[in-house]
Design a protein. Sequence first.
Lengths: 653, 164, 100
Amino acid sequence: MTSSLHLWLIPLVPFAGFLVNGLLGRRFPKALVTAVALIATLIPFLQVANIALHYSSLTLPYTERVATWIAAGGFHADFAFAFDQLTLIMLLVVTGVGFLIHIYSAGYMAEEEGYWLFFAYLNLFMFFMLTLVLAENFLLMFVGWEGVGLASYLLIGFYFAKDSAAKAGKKAFVVNRIGDFGFLLAMFLLIAHFGTLSFSEVFSQVAQHPEWQGGFLTAIALFLVLGATGKSAQIPLYVWLPDAMEGPTPVSALIHAATMVTAGVYMVARTHSIFDRSPFALSTVGIIGAATAFFAATIGLVQTDIKRVLAYSTVSQLGYMFMACGVTAYSAGIFHLLTHAFFKALLFLAAGSVIHALSGEQDMRVMGGLRKKIPITFWTMTAAVLAITGAPGFAGFFSKDEILYQDFLSPHGGKIIWLVGLITVGLTAFYMFRLWYLTFFGESRAPKVAHDDHSHGHSHGAHESPWIMLVPLIILAILSLIGGWVGVPSALGGHNEIQHFLSPAIGAPQEAAEGSRSLELLLAAVSVAVGAIGWFFAHLLYFAKPELPAQLAAKVRGLYSLLLNKYWVDEFYGAIVVTPLLLVSRYVLKGLFDTGVITGGGLAAGYATQGLGSLVQRVQSGNIRSYAGWLALGAAALLLLTYFGFGTHLLFR
Amino acid sequence: MHLVLFFIFGGLCVAGALNLLLQRHPINSALSLIVVMTSLAVLYLLLGAEFLAAAQVIVYSGAIMVLFTFVIMLLNAGAEERTHGSKAAYLVGFPGVAALLGILTYIFLKQSHHLGSAKLGGYLVTTADLSQMLFRDLLLPFEVTSVLILVAILGAVVLARKEH
Amino acid sequence: MVPIAYYLVLSAILFSIGVAAFLIKRNIITVFMSIELMLNAVNLTFVAFAHQWHRVSGQIFVFFVMVVAAAEAAVGLAIIIAIFRTRHTLDVDQVDLMKL
C-alpha cells in the first residue's frame, strides 16, 4: 500500500500563490510577485517529479479522499483525487510546461501594468487545471473544467481596456459554456443511470455489464463530446480560440496550446470505457477530429497574423488527437498531446519572442530577415517547426505517425480519416514553413516606425530577448527533439514505451490483423514525403519566388477570400445564433418581460398600496361625527353578530 | 293604570329627546334633556327603584344638567347653523342607527314572552336594600368611586383653569 | 301590567335618538348632551331588567353609572372650556387637527 502522496497539495499551492498575489500583489515589489508565482508553480512540479521518480514503488490506481462534498440520499460525491499513469503524464505536462512558461512570463510581462494580476490569474489557472487532471469524479473535474474556462476568460481579457480583447474573452467564455452544458447533461445522465459520478465506480459498473452497448452510453458519450469540442476547440465550437490570441502570448502558450485545450482530449481518454461501448460516438469523434484538422489547416494557410496561424494550427493538431481517440488509440492521442505541448508552447513562446523583438508587431507581412538578428529565437523556433511538421526523429514525427498508422488500421472508414490526416500533414508543413520563411528570411519588410502594442520604450531595431525568456525556449526545443523518443514504435526499433506505460490506464488499441512493421514504415515514409512536398511549395512561394503568392491569390480570388475570412463562420454564427438571441433578449425579455412584468409588477404593487392607503386614509378625517357614524355602524354589526351568531349571513338569504 | 302612566311618561321622554335633536339653540336642547331626565325618574318609580328615581332627579337633573346649562351660558354658545361637515356621518351613520334600532326592537319584541311583565309594586327596592348590597358586598367599588370623583374634580379644576 | 319589552323598546328608541343627535348636531355641548341621553337609555334598561329578575345588582349598576357619568360630565365640560379658550369655536367640525 502506498503511503499518502499528498495529492491535495499539488493544486493547493498554486491556489495559495493566487491568493497571495491576488490580495497583496499590488503592493509587492515586482521581484516578490515573481518569486511567489514561480515558487507556487515549482513546488507542484517538484512534487510530481518526486512521485515520478518513485514510480516503481507505487500501486496504481491510487485515490485520496480529502473531504466529503455531497452526501444526499443515495448520491455521494467527494473532494477526492485519483492518480494513475494518465494522470502522471498530464501532471508532468501541466506543471513542467507551466513552470517554464511562468519563467518566460516574468520576462515577457516585465513592463506591464498589472504584472501581479497576471501572475495571480496564471496561478489560479494552474490550480483549476491541476484540479481537473487530479479529479477522481466527474463533479470535481467539472469544477476544474469550469475554472479553467474562467481563468481563460480573465487572461484573454487581460488587456481589458482594449475592446477586442474584452470581446474575445467574453466569446471564449460563452462558447465554452455551450460545451459545458453538454458536460452537465452527460453528468445528469450518468447520475440517472449509474447513481454515482465517481470514475472508478462508473467504469467498474460498465465493465461488469458487457451487454451494455450503445443506447444511453451513446447519449452520454455524445454529450461528453459536446463538452470536449467546446473546451478543445473542435468543430463546431472552435470559434473562440483564434480570437483568444488577444491575450498575452504566454497565455496563448500555456492555456491555448499546452494545457486547457487538451482537457477535452484528456476527458475523452479518461472516459474511454464509455466510448469503447459506443461505435457511433467513436466515429463522431473521429469525423469531428479529421474535419477540424483539415478545416483549420486550410484557414491557417493564408492568415497574416503570426499568432493566428499558430491558433489554427492548434485547432488542427487537436483534431489529430481526436482522430486518434476516434479509433480507440487513446494512448496515441495522449502521446501527441505530450509532444504537442512541447512544440506548440515553444512555437508560441518563440513567436512571443519575435513580437517582443519587434516591439509588438504581429503581422507577418511586415516581418522578415530576422534570422541573423535574433538567432536563439530562430533556432528554437526551427526546432519547433521541424517537430510539428513531422520531420523524422523530432517529437511530432513519432506521435503523428502513430496516429496515422492507427487510423489506417481501423476497420470502419479509418482509411478515409487517414487520408484526410495525410493531406493535413502536407498543409501543416506548408503553413508552418510559410510562417518560418516570412518571419526569418528575406529582407526585412518592417517600416521604420515602431508600433507600441507591446512597446517598452526601446526605439532601436530588433533585438534578442533577455535570457529569462530564452532559457525556457531552449529547454522546450530540447524536449521537442527528444520528447518523441518515449514512443518509438517497434517498427523503427523502439519499444513504444509510452503505449505500454499508459495501457493499464487507458487500454491498448485493438491490434488489427493487417498491422505489420513494414506497413508502418511505409505509411511513415508516405507522410514524410507529403510533408516534404508541403515544405517544397512553401520554399517556392516564400523564399525562391516571393512574388508568386500575390499572383496566385489574384488568380483564385474567391477561394483565397473564403480562406482569409475563415469561411465566414463567425459571421454565420453571428447571424444565426447571436443576433436572434440579442434581439429576443433586448426586445422580448428586456422590453416586454423585464420592463413590463417585473418593473411593472413592482410599480403596480406600489401604486396599489398607495391607492389603498389613500382610500383608507379618508377614514381618518379628524371629524368626530364621521367617527361616530362608523361607530354606530360597527355597533350594529356587532350586535347582529352577537345575537344571530356567526351564521348571520344566512339571515339575509 | 300602569300602562297609561308608562305611555304618558314614555312619550314625554321621546318627545324631549326629539326636541333635543331638533332644537337649534343648545340651551333649548339642555332644557329638553331635563324633561327627559325627569320623566325617566318617574319611570324608575314605576319600576320600583325609588332611590334611583330620587338620585336621578338630584344628580342628573339637578346637578349635571345645571352644570351643562352653566357652561352653555358661560361660553355664550349661539344658535348653530345646520351645515354638513361630514358625509360619512350621514351616509354610514344613519343606516347604522336604523340598524341598531331595528335589531334591538326586533330582539326585544321577539323575546317579549320570555321577559314577562312589570307590575306596579311588583318588586320594590328600598334604600335599605340597596345600601345593604352596596356597603357590604360592594364596599371596595364604592370607595374607589369616591376616589374617582376626587380625581374628576381635580381634573376639571386643572383643565378649566385660566392660563397665566 | 306593562311588558318589560316595552321598557326595553323605549330605551332602544332613546338610545337611537341619542346616536342620531350625536351625528347631526354641530355644537360640542349638544353632542355631549346626547351622550348623556344614551347613558340614561342604558340606565333604563338596567332598571327594567333589575325589576324582572328581582335582583338589586341592576340598580347598583345604575348607581355606579350615574356616578361615573357625573364625573365624566365634569371633566368633559372642563375640556370643552379648554378647547373653547384655544380654538375659540364650539364647532365640532373645526376641531379636526387629528386628521391624516
